[in-house]
Ligand binder design. Structure first.
Ligand code: UTP
Length: 289
C-alpha cells in the first residue's frame, strides 16, 4: 500500500507574461474566474483529493496570495455588523485551518523544476502532488482526486494527461506510452514540444502530478534545459529510469488560465456551470453575439 498523498506543491512564481499587464500587480492566479480567484478553485480541488498541506512557491510581489488566504478582520467585521452573513460565509470559505498552508519564495523564476525543488525541505520524504494553478479543470470527480485514485491503484508516479487539440501536439509536453488500453497506462518517456509528425502520442501533460520525493535529488543537480529553465519534465524523465510512471487520461475539461483566451473561456464556462448565474450569463453572452 502506497503512502497517502497529503501534501500539494502549488508553483505560482512564474511571471505570467501571457496575461500581462494584468499580472503585473495581481498575481495571475488571483485573477477572478466569475467571482473567485483561480486559486480558490485549485485549493478546493486539492482538498477534495485529501490534501492537508498546501505549499505555495511564490515570487516577489505576490504577498496578496498569503493575504487572500488570511482572515481580514475589517472586511469580516463590517459584513458581520451589516448582517451580510451569506457574503461573510463566502469570504471565509477559502480560509485554511491554522498551519495548513506554507509559502516559500522562489528568488528567481528559474523554471518549474526549480520551483518544485524549492519545496524539498517542507515536503520531506513522502509522495506529493504538484498542481499547476494556471490549468483550471472542470471535472467530476475533481482532476487531482482522479490522480490520487490512480496512484492508490498503481503507486509510483502519476502524470495527468489529456488529448491535445488536433494538430497542436507541437505546443505541449507529450507523453510516450507502453501501449494504450483504458485511461491509465505505463509511460516510457515524454518530450517537450515535439515537431509535428514526431509526437509519440496525442496526450499532453496537463498540470497535475503525483511524484515521489526522489525527484528532489534529481532536480538538485539538474542542468538548465529548454528556455534556459530547470524543467520538471527533464527531472521526471531522469526519475523514470528507476521508478514507474503512469499517465492518467483524466475525465474533464481543462482551461489554460495562463492565456488570454483560456481565461475568457474559463470565465464563460464556469459562469454557465453556476446554477445561480447560468441564465443571466447565457442571456448576456447571447446578446453580445
Ligand atoms: P508557465 O510557464 O505556464 O507560467 O509555468 P509563467 O511563466 O507564469 O507564464 P508565462 O509563460 O510567462 O505567461 C507553469 C507554472 O509554473 C509556475 C508558474 O507560476 C505556473 O503556475 N512557475 C514557472 C514557477 O512557479 N516558477 C518558475 O520559475 C516557472
Amino acid at each position: 500500500m502506497s503512502d497517502r498523498v497529503k501534501t500539494a506543491v502549488l508553483p505560482v512564481a512564474g511571471l505570467g507574461t501571457r496575461v500581462l499587464p494584468g499580472a503585473k500587480t495581481t498575481p495571475k492566479n488571483l485573477l477572478n474566474i466569475v467571482d473567485r480567484p483561480i486559486l480558490s478553485y485549485i485549493v478546493e480541488e486539492a482538498r477534495a483529493a485529501g490534501i492537508e498541506h498546501f505549499v505555495f512557491i511564490v515570487g516577489r510581489g505576490q504577498g496578496a496570495i498569503e493575504d487572500y488566504f488570511d482572515s481580514n478582520p475589517e472586511i469580516e467585521g463590517t459584513l458581520e455588523a451589516k448582517g451580510k452573513l451569506d457574503i461573510l460565509a463566502d469570504v471565509r470559505r477559502d480560509l485554511p485551518k491554522p498551519g495548513e498552508m506554507s509559502f516559500i519564495r522562489q528568488m528567481a523564476p528559474l523554471g518549474l523544476g526549480h520551483a518544485v525543488w524549492c519545496a524539498r525541505h517542507v515536503v520531506g520524504n513522502q509522495p506529493f502532488a504538484v498542481v499547476l494553478p494556471d490549468m483550471l479543470m472542470m471535472a467530476k470527480p475533481p482532476a487531482l482526486a482522479q490522480a490520487v485514485a490512480a496512484y492508490e491503484k498503481v503507486g509510483g508516479n502519476i502524470v495527468v494527461v489529456e488529448a491535445a487539440p488536433e494538430g497542436e501536439t507541437n505546443k505541449y509536453g507529450i507523453v510516450a506510452l507502453d501501449g494504450r488500453e483504458g485511461r491509465l497506462n505505463r509511460m516510457t518517456g515524454m518530450v517537450e514540444k515535439p515537431p509535428l509528425g514526431t509526437e509519440p502520442s496525442n496526450l499532453l501533460i496537463s498540470g497535475r502530478y503525483i511524484l515521489q520525493p526522489e525527484i528532489f535529488n534529481i532536480l538538485e543537480t539538474q542542468e538548465r534545459g529548454a528556455g534556459g529553465e530547470i524543467q520538471l519534465t527533464d527531472g521526471m524523465f531522469h526519475l523514470m529510469k528507476t521508478q514507474a510512471f503512469h499517465a492518467l487520461e483524466y475525465e474533464g475539461t481543462t482551461y489554460d488560465c495562463g492565456d488570454k483566451i483560456g481565461l475568457l473561456r474559463a470565465n464563460v464556462a464556469f459562469a454557465l456551470a453556476r446554477p445561480d448565474l447560468a441564465d443571466a450569463a447565457r442571456k448576456a453572452i447571447t446578446e453580445l453575439l
